[in-house]
Design a protein around this ligand. Structure first.
Ligand SMILES: C[S@@+](CC[C@H](N)C(=O)[O-])C[C@H]1O[C@@H](n2cnc3c(N)ncnc32)[C@H](O)[C@@H]1O
Length: 201
């Protein structure tokens, strides 16, 4: 007999599969004909990616965030600036990666001021984990870059350690940060701790 717990898990998995299907359809249309794009995971109010997309009109850019209000604010910035190389979507990161069309790859990922989840019991909520680095590598182009910036010393150390131990990412110590624009959260946090990694073959 199926227990309530098993039925709950089946239901959650079915809901996830529905969201991934919907996202795949949206992405198929939004990225039609674009083989590579720049990705911001947790784009918040969209300040950073809107400025980046305006400065690099030749790149296609996609920002995702879990919070609807933030995505709406980001979309208003996109409209105001008339940026047709920029897409903002409400999406969860692992679902977004699962939904990406097979012929479309990430050229560079930016993760800027992610929630640091400082308590040990919450570390499992950090995006940087061996499994999510696997998933990101699988959807990234050869030589793609991962740019990670935080104010939090512990999350920075955690990320450096995870990247150094991961077979598909290589830290590039001398690589310059490619584009500066203060993000909404950076303005409050002030400190900058960066790491850049390359996707290995
Ligand atoms: C601290 S905010 C930083 C926002 C922005 N990068 C900035 O610097 O202003 C982190 C953002 O990541 C989003 N986020 C957290 N986990 C996520 C996930 N799994 N998928 C998508 N977005 C996520 C949150 O909703 C939040 O807006």
């Amino acid at each position: 007999m199926r227990t309530g717990k098993v039925m709950g898990r089946d239901w959650a998995e079915a809901r996830r599969a529905d969201r991934v299907r919907l996202l795949a359809a949206t992405l198929g249309a939004a990225l039609a004909g674009r083989r590579r794009f720049t990705f911001e995971l947790g784009s918040g109010h969209g300040h950073w990616l809107a400025a980046y997309a305006a400065a690099r009109p030749e790149e296609s850019c996609v920002g995702i965030d879990l919070i609807s209000d933030r995505v709406e604010k980001a979309l208003r910035k996109r409209e105001k600036a008339g940026l047709d190389n920029l897409v903002f979507l409400k999406a969860e990161a692992t679902e977004f990666l699962d939904a990406l069309p097979a012929d479309t790859l990430i050229a560079r990922t930016f993760i800027l001021y992610p929630d640091p989840w400082p308590k040990k019991k919450h570390h499992k909520n950090r995006f940087i984990q061996p499994e999510s680095l696997d998933a990101l590598a699988a959807k990234s182009a050869p030589d793609a870059r991962l740019h990670f910036r935080t104010d939090d010393a512990a999350y920075h150390a955690w990320t450096c350690e995870a990247l150094a131990a991961h077979p598909r990412w290589e830290i590039l110590p001398g690589e310059p940060w490619p584009f500066e624009q203060v993000t909404f959260f950076e303005e409050r946090m002030k400190a900058r701790r960066d790491v850049i990694a390359r996707r290995k073959d």
